[in-house]
Write a protein that binds this ligand. Structure first.
Ligand code: NAG
Length: 291
């Protein structure tokens, strides 16, 4: 009477369940995504600053440095390395810079002249005993500002060790739906201890409201379906095994609780009828009850 089939069915069931579980856990796993200007995620919020994927010139104030004046400008791209036009390498920071500090001397007469170009943030391979530099963009929520609807966020771009000091740029993005001009440069707020700070009021600094909740409820629903069908499958297989082992059932008799499930449709119809009758009966003013 005892055959090896029940254990084979058990093994198959377990294999299917574990396959379902692993496939759902693999798809739920989040993999670290590379920095993407169109999808910057900060504490569950998503930001799209791809409209600002440009080269911005942030002009500094001229300060007197005897016998001339000096001005420190910044060239900034918050999304990628600054694109240097052909043949202009000498007027720009080394390739791979995202934020470039351009110190100029301004003469009373004649063109301003660049004194030094410092890559405040950017990526560069190791060279001449200087270790490799990695821009490693990192976005975090910043401190709330009065009269600003959304909490601002900071984007930190690293520059690595230059002249004995770690260089970096911190851009504070402040949501302002009234600023839609993509050509408006950020504002320099300071340069201290190798950190250049900027603030950037723009519409793109506002969180993107995606359809994420819908996707989440869909995945919740698919989890429910998976669990439901897994249980239904286990119920059928174990019930069939039990009926086979205990009663030696064959064919349709293998179905667990066969009598109950055979009566189930008429049971449902009965219940629906009952509900229908009471609802429509009440709608007609309960005329049947008084008979
Ligand atoms: C964000 O940047 C501003 C300006 O540099 C700084 O004062 C603030 O501490 C930063 N906040 C965070 C949380 O990094």
């Amino acid at each position: 009477m005892i055959t090896p089939r029940p254990s084979a069915a058990m093994v198959a069931t377990l294999a299917i369940i574990s396959a379902l579980l692993t496939s759902s856990s693999v798809s739920a796993q989040d993999t670290p995504t590379p920095y993407d200007c169109a999808k910057v995620s900060v504490s569950g919020n998503s930001y799209d600053i791809s409209a600002l994927k440009k080269t911005y010139l942030v002009k500094g104030e001229a300060t007197p440095v005897y016998p001339n004046k000096q001005r420190v400008d910044y060239i900034v791209n918050p999304c990628q390395a600054i694109v240097v036009p052909d043949g202009e390498a000498k007027q720009h920071c080394v390739a791979g810079a995202w934020v470039c500090q351009d110190t100029k001397v301004i003469f009373d007469d004649g063109e301003p002249k660049t004194l030094s170009l410092l890559p405040i943030a950017g990526t560069a391979p190791a060279a001449d005993g200087v270790p490799a530099r990695e821009v490693a963009p990192l976005a975090v929520l910043a401190d709330k500002i009065e009269n600003v609807a959304e909490v601002p966020w900071n984007l930190t771009l690293k520059g690595g060790l230059i002249k004995g000091q770690d260089q970096s740029a911190v851009i504070t993005f402040i949501c302002d739906t009234s600023v839609t001009d993509d050509n408006l440069a950020p504002t320099l707020t300071g340069y201290q201890n190798g950190v250049a700070t900027f603030s950037w009021k723009h519409k793109s600094a506002c969180a993107v409201h995606t359809q994420l909740p819908v996707q989440e409820s869909m995945s919740g629903f698919s989890v429910f379906l998976t669990v439901f069908f897994s249980f239904a499958f286990i119920y059928l297989v174990l019930g069939a095994v039990y009926n086979h082992q205990v009663y030696g059932a064959k064919g349709l008799d293998l179905l667990p609780h066969k009598d109950f499930w055979r009566d189930f449709p008429s049971l449902v119809v009965d219940v629906v009828h009952h509900v229908w009758d009471s609802v429509t009966g009440r709608a007609r003013g309960g005329g049947y009850v008084s008979v």
